[in-house]
Design a protein around this ligand. Structure first.
Ligand code: MN
Length: 316
């Protein structure tokens, strides 16, 4: 993903997590990705920059594409210092990257790209395509021990699915409920797709050492008796042994969590780094076609140009 409307100043993703359980509704704001894809950006957030190592979350759709629409089109662009996580509820996305991977992703599957020291990729709705688009795009900050390493791309066609207390749970990345996703991640974290059946009250055990947040994807549900709004992100804090969800009609949510991330992360454009010198070097390497970011082949369109890099650090 790429944010053409990105502000030029790097954003500091830091701050202490809530040590106690809380329920904070975080405002989600509208943005545009690629040519014209409307998204709701939940992270980074004015009130909470991150949840564990999760530093970026876009929710797009559900939308039904017009017959002649080309859908999502995000031209070749670079990443450093993070992993991208693509998760779909409807439609398909075709990924191409500078390692030579060309991979279609469908609902229930995971595309996980580890940028390390540098990679570039494009994302597009394939042609012909399904009429509907609906999905999530995340970034996970890489820790110091991994962020300078080699780039990797992984596709996981199947993930652990569990039935628990009236819920259908897919473990997308990390660990939870005694299971572990096969996806390679580099800090302790969790992510569940949560599908709630017709009606009921459901108890989901959590790791109290993690901070958690929940995004409502569809339908209506409550958390600890508090009604949750569609497409809003609810920060839940640390120290929870479990969470109680309730619904009257079928509903869907996404739970993410992780150990509070101990490193201050700087975000700018498509980069996660630790200082503006690293940012400037990555920007220059992209703009000069340095070998670091390789080349994406086969995308029918131009590569993206980096915006100017501001020198003033944005901390709020
Ligand atoms: Mn991207």
């Amino acid at each position: 993903m790429n944010d053409p409307a990105a502000e030029s100043e790097p954003l500091l993703c830091a701050g202490a997590p809530s040590a106690e359980p809380v329920i904070e509704a975080l405002p989600v704001h509208a943005s545009i990705v690629g040519d014209d894809m409307a998204v709701r950006r939940a992270l980074p957030n004015k009130l909470r920059r991150r949840v564990g190592a999760w530093t970026f979350l876009d929710h797009y759709g559900p939308v039904t594409l017009a017959e002649k629409s080309r859908g999502m089109r995000v031209g070749p662009h670079p990443h450093i210092g993070l992993q991208t996580v693509s998760w779909l509820y409807a439609g398909e996305v075709l990924h191409r990257d500078s390692l030579g991977f060309k991979q279609l992703i469908r609902p229930g599957q995971l595309n996980l790209m580890t940028a390390g020291n540098g990679i570039s990729h494009s994302e597009e709705t394939p042609c012909p395509h399904a009429p509907d688009i609906h999905g999530l795009q995340f970034w996970i900050a890489l820790p110091e021990t991994r962020r300078h390493g080699e780039p990797v791309f992984d596709h996981y066609p199947q993930l652990p699915v569990m039935q628990r207390d009236g819920m259908r749970l897919t473990l997308v990345v990390g660990a939870g409920l005694g299971e572990r996703s096969p996806a390679r991640v580099y800090s302790p974290l969790t992510a569940f797709d949560v599908e709630l059946g017709d009606s009921g009250t459901h108890m989901l055990p959590l790791d109290p050492g993690f901070e958690h947040a929940m995004l409502v994807i569809g339908g209506e549900l409550s958390v600890e008796g508090k009604a949750m709004k569609l497409s809003a992100l609810y920060y839940l804090g640390c120290g929870r042994e479990r969470i109680t969800l309730a619904n009257d009609k079928p509903a869907r949510a996404f739970l993410l969590g992780g150990v509070p991330f101990g490193e201050d992360v700087l975000l700018w454009w498509n980069f996660a780094a630790r200082n503006t010198v690293e940012m400037a070097a990555a920007r220059a390497d992209w703009e000069t076609h340095a070998a670091r970011f390789g080349e994406v082949r086969g995308y029918d369109g131009p590569r993206l140009t980096a915006p100017e890099l501001g020198t003033r650090l944005k901390t709020r």
